[in-house]
Design a protein around this ligand. Sequence first.
Ligand code: ATP
Ligand code: MG
Length: 204
Amino acid sequence: MDIKKRIGIMGGTFNPIHLGHLIVAENAYEELNLDEVLFVPSGNPYMKDYVDVLDAKTRIDLVGEAIDDNHHFAMSTIEVDRDGNSYSYETIASLKQANPDTEYFFMVGADSLFMMEKWMCPEKIFSEVTVAVASRGGVDQEKMLEQVAYLEEKYNTKIVVLHSRAVEISSTQIRERVRKGQSIRYMVRYKTEQVIRKKGLYLD
Ligand code: ATP
Ligand code: MG
C-alpha cells in the first residue's frame, strides 16, 4: 500500500533542550498522527548570539539523552554535520530527497512564526512541508492567528495550529537561572540538569 510515513521536524538550537520542546513534540505527534518526531539541532546558529550557545556536540548529547526513552522520537545531526549555516529549507530539501516516501511536518513555536519571513527562502519551506505552530507563552493567541492567516495568504499555504498549550519554558530562561544559581528542576529532564551541573555549563 502506498501510505506515506508522517514525520514531524522539530528544529532548534536546543541550548539546552527543555520540557517545552519535548511537550510540543509529543503533542504534535499525537495531534498530527505522526509516525515519528525528528529533532534537528542547529549547527552554527546564524541568527543567534554566539557567545551563549554551547558547542554542537554538547547540545546533541543533551538532546539524545533527553529523547532516548521515547521510541517515536529520533534525532538527525544533518545541520551540525553540514558546514556553514543551517538553513531550514536546505534541511527539508535534504530530508525529502533522502526519504521521498515521507510526508514532513515542520513544527515551530509561535515566536518562530514571526521570524520565518527573515529566514532563508521561506517560500520553499511553506511549499515543501506543512508548517504546524504551537502556542507559546508571551505570544498573544490572536496575534498568532493573524500571523497564520497572513502567511497562509502570502505563501498560498495551509498552516496547522496545534491546540495543546505548551508550557512557558525557554532555554534563555534556563541559562539565566543556572547563571544565577537558581533551580531548573521541572524545566528540563533530570538527566539534562545533572549534565548541566556536572559539567558546569552556562556558568560564565
Ligand atoms: P532560546 O530562548 O535560546 O531561543 P528556546 O526555548 O526558544 O531557546 P529554541 O531551541 O530556540 O528554544 O526553539 C526551538 C523551537 O521550539 C522553536 O520553534 C521554538 O519556538 C519552539 N519552542 C521552544 N520552547 C517552546 C515552548 N515552551 N512552547 C512552544 N514552543 C517552543
Ligand atoms: Mg528560541
